[in-house]
Design a protein around this ligand. Structure first.
Ligand code: ASP
Ligand code: MG
Length: 296
């Protein structure tokens, strides 16, 4: 039996900013089910990681009511869920549970005192875990079998919380096991892993790209698509250079150089696992999906 080629589609926060963008992303995945095997990697919804960081680093009194940021984040995610899916879908309580967990971690002063960085990473993990759950629920709501996969179960790292280093060999095997045993489309949380003590770690800001690179490499993917909010890799940062143009094609060496010099396109480590493989890496714009983007 011929197996379909694997396409890893990674959606950054800016590609999941609104319910319309989430729907568009899920449609892209759905269209891919005909002749390929899609695997999804998601970031947290735009701005959520920043808010979680502000929560972790802020001062909060140990009061009985949840900090307002949590209430607001919970409301936003549940609203997205209800708009995209429905308030009585069986996964909704799971989404609600994530915010109960967030509240519990936030209040866990003992955990916080014992290991502030482990505490912080577990808190930050809620963003990706919530977006993966919403995305997978939307696909299953459309009768496309899909499951959220929390990457702390298969991305193994050291204990440098906040910028954990991945154990590549173990992770590769675990990804293969986790994803091949998966029925339906795996929707994987970017950004997070876990150490030997099963504590959640994070891979550094924008680390979901790296997760996608690891997944694409372990699965020998034909294609890795990084969906973002610019037309692929640009000649300059459009924030400063309004006329910045999209580069059609780049080599692995070019992109490593660009990201090492701070080009804000993809996480510098993203493509390292894909060097010397046949995987095509394509950077595409969710806000302008017809643009060809950049091929690496
Ligand atoms: N959500 C994380 C961040 O904002 C990871 C990512 O977006 O890739 O840094
Ligand atoms: Mg992000």
């Amino acid at each position: 039996m011929k197996t379909s080629p694997t396409h890893v589609l990674k959606f950054g926060g800016s590609s999941l900013q609104t319910t319309d963008l989430i729907r568009q992303a899920a449609e892209l995945v759905s269209a891919r089910t005909n002749n390929t095997r899609p695997v999804v990697v998601v970031s947290a919804i735009d701005g959520v990681t920043d808010q979680l960081i502000a929560l972790a680093d802020g001062n909060f009194e140990n009061t009985d009511s949840p900090p307002p940021q949590i209430t607001q984040l919970k409301q936003q995610h549940l609203e997205y869920f209800d708009t995209l899916i429905s308030a009585d879908h069986p996964n909704r309580p799971l989404l609600n549970d994530l915010f109960t967990e967030l509240e519990a971690i936030t209040k866990d002063q003992i955990f916080r005192k014992n290991n502030r960085y482990a505490w912080r990473d577990q808190l930050l993990s809620i963003g990706e875990r919530a977006s993966a759950l919403i995305f997978a629920s939307l696909l299953s709501h459309w009768d496309i079998p899909a499951h959220a996969r929390e990457a702390q179960h298969f991305i193994k790292t050291d204990s440098s919380f906040g910028r954990a280093q991945v154990d590549l060999d173990t992770t590769r095997n675990l990804i293969q096991q986790a994803v091949s045993s998966a029925d339906g489309i795996p929707v994987i949380t970017g950004f997070i892993g876990s150490n030997d003590d099963k504590q959640i770690t994070t891979l550094g800001r924008s680390g979901s790209d790296y997760t996608a690179g690891l997944v694409a490499s372990a699965l020998d993917a034909e294609r890795l698509e990084i969906w973002t909010d610019v037309n692929g890799v640009l000649t300059a940062d459009p924030k400063w250079v309004p006329g910045a143009e999209s580069i059609q094609q780049l080599s692995f060496a070019d992109i490593s150089e660009l990201s090492a010099h701070g080009a804000n396109v993809i996480h510098p480590q993203t493509i390292r696992p894909l060097q010397n493989t046949d995987t095509a890496v394509v950077v595409k714009n969710s806000h302008n999906p017809v643009h060809p983007g950049t091929l690496i």
